[in-house]
Design a protein around this ligand. Structure first.
Ligand SMILES: Cc1cc2nc3c(=O)[nH]c(=O)nc-3n(C[C@H](O)[C@H](O)[C@H](O)COP(=O)(O)O)c2cc1C
Length: 342
């Protein structure tokens, strides 16, 4: 059914098509009678899929990556579609419109996406209201970032504000640092620790323990990954999301003229898989499995998901795979994992 819908949507701009899909998701979530039907169609419950990571119980290992539900508006509906967890955001203190359109492009030949959304989201206060309204059943991770206008000291404050404001409304946090920097590099470790140490200190003063994860880009080299891992193990970060999208355009089948016309942006989808699988393996080996990993990037089918888990990820996330294959991918992955005891 999603393939037919996608065929018609292919005549629209990618962002308009995504908005229509989200409107359909929202419609399905609002019609009470459709909710149990959605759950029957998409959800897979099986004790073999359950796992406890960072002290949180997940019904299955499949989550939705940041960038689809920027403001937590659809969290109930995506919960019904079988995701065990949803990474909402990136959320910033104030609402922001993001970059001018067009800013989302499909590369069907490569099963990839180029996006330069610019963290369009409704801002913390609206996100809290959305979460109160939708009351999702999936585990909610807030991917937090800074406003694009924030500079200097304000950057650390933005992260701290997002963390404190959302603490009572989400189950865990993903600190998104890579995408906040236009050159695509991870910031140096002293800067990273300034942002994260403040959050971990705040957490110590609070009753409930909420895991804090760091999302890293596959564009950084091993020495910087090592530095981040050392810091993570010493500081008390609970896990790593590895990894985000890439600035690289290597090995694509899409014509160079089309890529040039699209311009800047981060590439997601199938071409990322190998790079991110290697990153997950590397982190798992370097940390001797002491730091739980959420494997993300280029997971387009159940076999990819199983490989990511085998490489050392405790959980996985999908984003472009969802855009290309629709929500049935979650069920397909879970069915595959059950049948392969993965
Ligand atoms: C349209 C779109 C928007 C995204 N927005 C964000 C974002 O706001 N914050 C973030 O950390 N990652 C964002 N991402 C990156 C994804 O969360 C994910 O890390 C990346 O797409 C790789 O996974 P994939 O190959 O399954 O798509 C976005 C990706 C896409 C395609």
């Amino acid at each position: 059914m999603y393939k037919i819908l996608r065929f018609f949507l292919s005549f629209l701009s990618a962002e308009r098509a995504l908005r229509i899909v989200l409107a359909c998701v929202s419609f399905m979530g609002r019609i009470r009678i459709l909710r149990p039907i959605t759950r029957i169609l998409y959800k897979r419950n099986d004790p073999k899929l359950e796992r406890t990571v960072f002290g949180i119980k997940f019904n299955n290992p499949v989550g939705m990556a940041a960038g689809i539900d920027n403001s937590g508006k659809y969290s109930r509906h995506f919960s019904d579609m079988g995701f065990a967890f949803l990474e909402i955001g990136s959320v910033t203190p104030l609402a922001q419109k993001g970059n001018p359109m067009p800013r989302l492009f499909m590369l069907p030949k490569d099963k990839a996406v180029i996006a330069r959304m610019g963290f369009n989201n409704d801002g913390i206060k609206a996100v809290i209201e959305n979460l109160k309204k939708t009351r999702p059943t999936a585990v909610i991770a807030a991917n937090i970032s800074k406003n694009s206008i924030s500079e200097g000291d304000k950057i650390v404050k933005d992260y701290g504000y997002c963390f404190s404001m959302l603490y009572d409304f989400v189950d865990m946090f993903v600190v998104n640092i890579s995408c906040s920097f236009t050159d695509g590099k991870q910031p140096d470790i002293s800067y990273l620790s300034e942002i994260i140490d403040e959050m971990l200190e705040t957490r110590m003063t609070l009753d409930q323990y909420k895991p804090v994860l760091l999302k890293i880009t596959p564009d950084i080299g091993h020495s910087q990954v090592d530095e981040i891992l050392n810091y993570a193990l010493l500081s008390g970060i609970d896990g790593i999301v590895a990894g985000g999208a890439t600035l690289s355009r290597e090995g694509l089948d899409t014509k160079p003229e089309k890529l040039e016309k699209i311009g800047d942006g981060r590439l997601s989808g199938a071409p990322l898989f190998k790079k991110n699988l290697e990153l997950v393996k590397y982190i798992h080996t370097q940390t001797k499995g002491r730091l739980p990993i959420i494997g993300c990037g280029g997971i387009m089918n159940p076999q990819d998901a199983a490989q990511m888990l085998e490489a050392g990820a405790s959980l996985i996330e999908i984003c472009s795979g969802l855009i290309y294959n629709g929500p049935s991918l979650v069920k397909k992955i879970n069915k595959y994992l059950i049948s392969h005891n993965a």
